[in-house]
Design a protein around this ligand. Sequence first.
Ligand SMILES: *[C@@H]1O[C@H](CO)[C@@H](O)[C@H](O)[C@H]1NC(C)=O
Ligand SMILES: *[C@@H]1O[C@H](CO)[C@@H](O)[C@H](O)[C@H]1NC(C)=O
Ligand SMILES: *[C@@H]1O[C@H](CO)[C@@H](O)[C@H](O)[C@H]1NC(C)=O
Ligand SMILES: *[C@@H]1O[C@H](CO)[C@@H](O)[C@H](O)[C@H]1NC(C)=O
Ligand SMILES: *[C@@H]1O[C@H](CO)[C@@H](O)[C@H](O)[C@H]1NC(C)=O
Length: 374
Amino acid sequence: FRKMLRQFLIFFFLFVLVFDSVIAQLKVDKAYQKMFSGNVSEIPQNINSSITEVFFLQTEIKVVRKGDFKSSPGLLKISFIDNQLNTIEPGAFDDLHNLIELEIGGNPTLETISVGVFDSLKSLKNLVITNNKNKISDLPEGIFDNLPHLTELGLAGNRIKTLPADVLLKNTQLQKLSLENNLISELPLDFFSNLNKIRDLKLNSNKLSTFPLRLFGEMPNLKILDLKDNVLTTVPSQIFSNLTALKKLTLSSNQIVSLPSDAFTGLNLLADLYLRGNNLTSLNKDIFSVLPNLRVLNLQKNNLQNIPDGIFDSLSKLSSVYLDENPWVCDCHLHYLLKWIQRNRSKLKSSSKVLCTSPEELKGQLISSLRENQ
Ligand SMILES: *[C@@H]1O[C@H](CO)[C@@H](O)[C@H](O)[C@H]1NC(C)=O
Ligand SMILES: *[C@@H]1O[C@H](CO)[C@@H](O)[C@H](O)[C@H]1NC(C)=O
Ligand SMILES: *[C@@H]1O[C@H](CO)[C@@H](O)[C@H](O)[C@H]1NC(C)=O
Ligand SMILES: *[C@@H]1O[C@H](CO)[C@@H](O)[C@H](O)[C@H]1NC(C)=O
Ligand SMILES: *[C@@H]1O[C@H](CO)[C@@H](O)[C@H](O)[C@H]1NC(C)=O
């Protein structure tokens, strides 16, 4: 029996490892839940009315037809995961006035979703159309217009290239918006300006090269903004000035060459600023002075040769600064940094990798080991 138990545990562990992500979303063990998987090829018509959540996992369903859920108006949640859907007919979800959650993920063959498909989902709060294999490349104008209660919209991992300017105009209750891992190269002017309930906004891993001059309206709840892994070369003046509650801003892995001196104006509560992996060659002396709550500043992997005098002086909460992988020139212009490091040694992280690149005689030397007369 023990051996069996051990085998079972090993199997179970591997199973959990492999299906971890699926399982995390899929706890189908309640009496009101039902999972369909395997050789099911049409939406079943005899779903017991005591079932409120249905899951279609790796089925053979290709088309969700108009009226398919006519006999199940009590459903609260529908989740399609890793299926082979190619068409969702207009009217497919027509009878689902109570539906709160709809997930359509991992359908390599689904290329478009037509306007009107979601129109009768008056109660919908969470809509997730996601997973790397979806091929969805454009969002038709008006597609989300009749979803006034939507609080979460997940569109990550598709191939969305452009966003119609008004596509989220009606979705003023949104709290979470995920647009990461797409091919978005530009955002329309004022695109997020009506979304003042947003808490979490993900735009990372797209092709953004510039921002419009205005993008965010008042967003007193936004805590996290992720812009990592785009191709931004700068950001407009005061672009973040309405994000008064922002705690974490990630601009890593872009191609930012320079930033205006008022780039971060308004970010009074910002604690974490990530600028790792950009092309910054210099920083304005006052750029961080508007960030009284800054704790973590990551400038790793840029093109900085020196840092202006006094740049960290107003940052009384600063606790971690990352400066390695920059071509530091260890001459008299680096005097401020040297002094700062000597007095704030524990705040310089990865200090064993912060090295002089020139002059020749100091090349490779630790900055933290330099003496002031060097
Ligand atoms: C589908 O699978 C079930 C059980 O695994 C089996 O009884 C049924 O005959 C299969 N249907 C088809 C059409 O293969
Ligand atoms: C539906 O499920 C309930 C509870 O599991 C059960 O009592 C009832 O007989 C089922 N109805 C049908 C038509 O299968
Ligand atoms: C900040 O929000 C206000 C009110 O929505 C708006 O008028 C202004 O243009 C916004 N500022 C920026 C820089 O986006
Ligand atoms: C940023 O640096 C990378 C690598 O050093 C380079 O390939 C790229 O062209 C630079 N981009 C800009 C905008 O300077
Ligand atoms: C850190 O360095 C600055 C500038 O040299 C200095 O004013 C400050 O007192 C130092 N902070 C601590 C905690 O030593």
